[in-house]
Design a protein around this ligand. Structure first.
Ligand code: ADP
Ligand code: ASP
Ligand code: MG
Length: 440
């Protein structure tokens, strides 16, 4: 079984849906196709939910109407027979009736997540109708029946595995399955999601659950680039990455992959390929257990980071100090990304500041607490062997004019992380690109 995930831009135009139809029917290997919502849909649903929660019903209504028109035009171009167009229109109508009802009932978080789920529900149904019109036999698997998160909001892989195996067994004769990325149910049975960009995570979880031959993430670029192509010119695709390297890049901001999307594939050693729907013949990036040559491979940047420093003379020689500090973050379920220590102080970074006031209040008794908001972690990923000289020099040369707030090196052999002020992010990425990737 192969798992193929197509992102928003890959299904965002009727002709792109036709292109992926051709792509997945090139051979008759069994496949599970995971789809995102049409590009722009989830953003519009987010805006609509925000308008509703702010009581701006008029604004929410016009967002719904705009989206409805978009889908009407999409159906007209996607499908050619009147029968299938009618089927698509009545299917879409139900989703828009639901969205319109949300304007008249009281808003809450569970309803908001239900609103966000409509994009993937519609895209998969449209794609299925398109396949059927082309005479392709397809089975639509409802992700809400097998994709489940637990009380810690983490995917419940055992549940997913059991449910999806049972569903596949019910359709033993079928070879082509389509399902929704992103959406799931939580432990309370409510509709939920795997966070923005979560369809990559869905694909990896399904790949792990069915022990797929490989997991293909089809998007609008020819693989993982060595730097953020939205920020820096002259980036290039990386042909091979290890799971660890890809996980670091995804976690530290490479938008092409959801931050958590590597571990399920890694758990079962399933190769992940990043491929371009616009150029299906490009090699893309292969992510597997193997790691090639000790070198700098790529950079990524994660914005919205807050650095917290606790300075205390009592830290000197005091065992248990770090544990007490970490327990405070644990209590508020706030993950720490970077840590640096000196004799008298410890600095940590967090990307979720929703409990920062409580955390700061509880840190106060341990010493002087300083906070720097609007920071960015730059993550340099490669296969650094300790003896390898030069990488750190090149990084410092590149950042000569940029103040560095924290550095983390040696935690793993794949990552050197630097914390800088977000206002210097673009310059830092450009300078590092010049210094780390220029021809020697
Ligand atoms: P999809 O809708 O297919 O999930 P995304 O927009 O989520 O696509 O991810 C693909 C985009 O990620 C690319 O168009 C590119 O702009 C961005 N991106 C950011 N960093 C990288 C990187 N290091 N390599 C490749 N793409 C990256
Ligand atoms: N549609 C969702 C989003 O835009 C999930 C995804 O595309 O991966 O975030
Ligand atoms: Mg994405």
């Amino acid at each position: 079984m192969q798992v193929l995930k197509f992102g928003g831009t890959s299904v965002g135009q009727p002709e792109r849906m036709h292109a992926i139809t051709r792509l997945i029917t090139r051979n008759d290997q069994p496949k599970i196709v995971v789809l995102s919502a049409l590009s722009g849909t989830t953003n519009t649903l987010v805006q609509m939910g925000e308008a509703l929660s702010a009581g701006k019903k008029q604004e929410a209504q016009s967002l719904i109407d705009g989206l409805d028109q978009h889908y009407q035009a999409f159906i007209e171009e996607l499908l050619s027979t009147q029968a299938k167009k009618d089927e698509a229109r009545s299917m879409i109508k139900e989703h828009f009736e639901f969205l319109n009802i949300t304007l008249r009932i009281s808003f809450n978080e569970a309803l908001y997540r239900d609103i966000l789920a409509q994009g993937e529900l519609m895209s998969t149904k449209l794609f299925t109708l398109n396949l059927q019109e082309q005479g392709v036999k397809v089975c639509l698997l409802p992700a809400l029946e097998f994709m489940r998160t637990n009380e810690d909001h983490e995917p419940d892989l055992a549940f997913i595995e059991n449910k999806i195996s049972a569903l596949l067994a019910q359709h033993a004769g079928d070879k082509l399955f389509v399902t929704q990325g992103f959406i799931c149910k939580n432990y309370k049975g409510e509709i939920d999601n795997l966070q923005r960009g979560g369809s990559d995570y869905t694909a990896s979880l399904i790949g792990a659950a069915v022990r797929a031959d490989d997991i293909q993430i089809w998007t609008d670029i020819d693989g993982m680039h060595n730097n953020d192509p939205r920020v820096v010119d002259k980036t290039f695709p990386i042909s091979e990455l290890s799971f660890d390297e890809a996980a670091e890049l995804a976690y530290f901001g490479a938008k092409i992959l959801h931050p958590a999307s590597i571990w399920p594939a890694q758990k079962y050693g399933i190769t992940v390929r990043l491929l371009n729907t616009m150029q299906p013949e490009s090699a893309g990036t292969v992510i597997s257990q193997a790691s090639i040559n000790a070198d700098v491979k790529a950079l990524a940047a994660k914005e919205g980071i807050t650095a917290i420093k606790v300075k205390s003379s009592r830290m000197l020689l005091a065992y248990g100090f770090l544990r007490k500090i970490f327990e405070i973050f644990e209590k508020y379920r706030t993950p720490i990304d970077m840590i640096t220590t000196s004799e008298v102080a410890v600095s940590v970074t967090i990307d979720d500041d929703s409990h920062i006031d409580q955390i700061l209040r509880e840190l106060k008794p341990y010493g002087q607490v300083d906070v720097d908001a609007d920071q960015t972690i730059i993550c340099v990923v490669g296969n650094f062997v300790a003896e390898q000289k030069g990488v750190v020099n090149k990084i410092f040369d590149a950042l000569l004019e940029i103040p560095v707030r924290m550095i983390s090196y040696g935690g793993s052999r794949h990552n050197i992380s630097l914390l800088i002020d977000s206002k210097n992010k673009v310059k830092a990425l450009e300078k590092l690109n010049e210094h780390l990737f220029k021809a020697d």
